[in-house]
Design a protein around this ligand. Sequence first.
Ligand code: FAD
Length: 325
Amino acid sequence: MSAVLVVVEHDRGAMAPATLEAMTVARSLAGQLDATVEAVTIGASADELAGQLGVYGATRVHRAHDDVLGDYGPEAWGEVVAQAVRALDPAVVLATGTDRGNEVLAQAAARLDVPFVANVTDFRPNGSFEVTRVRWGGSLLEIASVDDDGARLATVAHHAVDAVPADDAAAGEAVAIDVDLDPSLARTVVTDRVEREAGVTLATAPVVVGGGRGVGSAEAFAPLQELALELGGVVGCSRAVTNNGWRNHTDQVGQTGTRIAPDVYFACGISGAIQHWVGAMASKQIVAINTDPQANMVTRAGYAVIGDLHEVVPAITAEIRRRRG
Ligand code: FAD
C-alpha cells in the first residue's frame, strides 16, 4: 500500500502547528487514494514527536539522523526528503505551506527533478492530481494539475484547514530511515537566534503605523514610533525600507513580510504596490498619508491625507495628545 508522506516541520523538536494541518489533509488524501499516512522527522531533536503524529493518524514515523541535521538547513533537509522519496516511493509528499516547508520541498523537488506545487488549499488527487493553490500572496487562486507519474510534492497553504486529530489514533511507529548526507550540505546554517520581544506583535497589533520610502531615513521613523506608542500600536514598513536597511525585516508588511489585520493602518509614504497591499488589505481601516493623490495606497484607503508625512504624522500625534488633555 502506498503512503501519503508528511514532512514534519519543527524547530529543534518543537513542532510547527502547520504540520498538524498537513497531517489533517494527509488523512483525507490517504482515504481517497487508499494509502497510509506516514511522516518523516528530520534530526534527533524531533524523535519525541512520533506519539503526537500518531494521534493525527501517522501509522509510521521515519526518523532521519545525521550530524548535519543538528539544526534547520534547507539543503540538508531537502536532501533527506529526496532520499526518503527514493526509499519509500510515496504517492504524495506533503509539507507545511510556510517559508520552511516551501523551501524544503523546493529543494527536494529540484533534487528529484519532479514538479512541486506550493500553498495548496484543495486537492483532487485522483486522475490528473488537480489542486487549487494560492498565488500572489493570497490575491489569486489558481487551479493546476500535476503532470508527473511519480510522487506528487505539495505544501498545504497555512490556515487552509483546521488541524483535527484522527478519530482513532494510529500507531505512530518510529522507524529509522538511513540517510547518506555529505557534510557540504550544511551550506545554509543557523548561526544565531534572536528572541522576539514579548508583547504586541506586528501580526496582532490593533494599530500599525507603517512607513515607506517616503520616510527618507532610519532616524525619520521616530515620529511614526511616537504615534504608534500613543495609540498602543507598533511600527511597520515597506520592503523599500528594509532594503535600505532603515528597519529590520521583522517590521516588513507584505507578501514577503507579515500579514497584518489591525483596526487602523496608517500607511505613511507608502505607494501601495501589490506586494505590500496583499499584506495590508485585511486592515479594517486604512489612513494613507502621501504627497501623491494618485498613489495606489491613497486610492484604496478609506481615508487619505495628501501632504508631507513629516508634517502630517507629528500633527496627528499632537492632536491626539491635545484631545486627551
Ligand atoms: P515607493 O514605491 O518608492 O513609494 C514611496 C511613496 O512615498 C510614494 O507613493 C511617494 O509619493 C510617497 N512619498 C514620498 N515622499 C513623501 C513624503 N515626504 N510624504 C508623504 N509621502 C511621500 N514590498 C513590500 O512593502 N512588502 C513586501 O512584502 C514586498 N514583497 C515583494 C516581493 C517581490 C517578489 C517583489 C518583486 C517586490 C516586493 N515588494 C514588497 C516591493 C514592492 O514591489 C515595492 O517596491 C515596495 O513596496 C515599494 O515600497 P514603498 O511604497 O515604500 O516605496
